[in-house]
Write a protein that binds this ligand. Structure first.
Ligand code: FES
Length: 164
C-alpha cells in the first residue's frame, strides 16, 4: 500500500472540517454584519453642512431696528452629539431688503449687542463698535460682522446657516 500525502489528498474528516469552518465563517459574517454596520454607520454618514433656519414671521421684525434672533443647532459628528448657539441680528430695512448679521465679533468672537441710543453694535471685550450695516466704526476687529443669506417663504424668514 502506498502512503497518502496530506498535500494532495484530503480524507473525509478533513473535508468535513473545512466545510464546517467555511460555513461557520459565512454564518459569522452574516450574523455579525448588521452589528458592525450599526457601529460604523454614524462615522460614515455625511454631515449636513448647511441649513435654512426658520426665524419666524417676517412681520414680527420691526422696520429699521436690528432684532436679535437666537437659536441652537444640534448636530451629530460620528457618535458625538454637539449643540451650538447662534445669535443673528435681523435688520428689516423695508419689505424687500432684509439683512442678517452674526452677533459674533470678528476680532476674538465675543458677542456684540445692538445699542439703539448709540446706533451701533458694541463689543464688550475690546471696546469695538460696528455700524447698523455691520461695518467696523472703531476698535480692533479686522472686518465687518459676518452676514447670513436670507430668504422669505410664505411670510416666514429663513436664515442660511452654512458651516465649512
Ligand atoms: S472680541 Fe470684539 S473687540 Fe475684541
Amino acid at each position: 500500500m502506498s502512503k497518502k500525502t496530506s498535500a494532495t489528498h484530503i480524507d473525509r474528516r478533513g473535508f468535513v472540517k473545512i466545510v464546517i469552518t467555511f460555513l461557520g465563517t459565512i454564518m459569522g459574517v452574516v450574523i455579525g454584519l448588521p452589528g458592525i454596520s450599526y457601529f460604523i454607520s454614524p462615522a460614515l454618514k455625511a454631515e449636513k453642512k448647511d441649513d435654512w433656519i426658520p426665524a419666524g414671521e417676517l412681520e414680527s421684525y420691526p422696520l429699521g431696528t436690528p432684532t436679535l434672533f437666537n437659536f441652537t443647532q444640534t448636530k451629530m459628528n460620528g457618535w458625538e452629539r454637539s449643540s451650538q448657539s447662534y445669535g443673528v441680528y435681523v435688520l428689516r430695512e423695508d419689505e424687500k431688503k432684509i439683512t442678517a448679521f452674526s452677533n459674533v465679533c470678528t476680532h476674538l468672537s465675543c458677542r456684540v449687542s445692538w445699542k439703539e441710543d448709540e446706533k451701533a453694535y458694541l463689543c464688550p471685550c475690546h471696546d469695538a463698535a460696528f455700524d447698523i450695516q455691520g461695518e467696523v466704526i472703531h476698535g480692533p476687529p479686522p472686518h465687518p460682522l459676518d452676514e447670513y443669506q436670507t430668504k422669505i417663504e410664505d411670510g416666514t424668514l429663513y436664515i442660511h446657516l452654512q458651516e465649512g
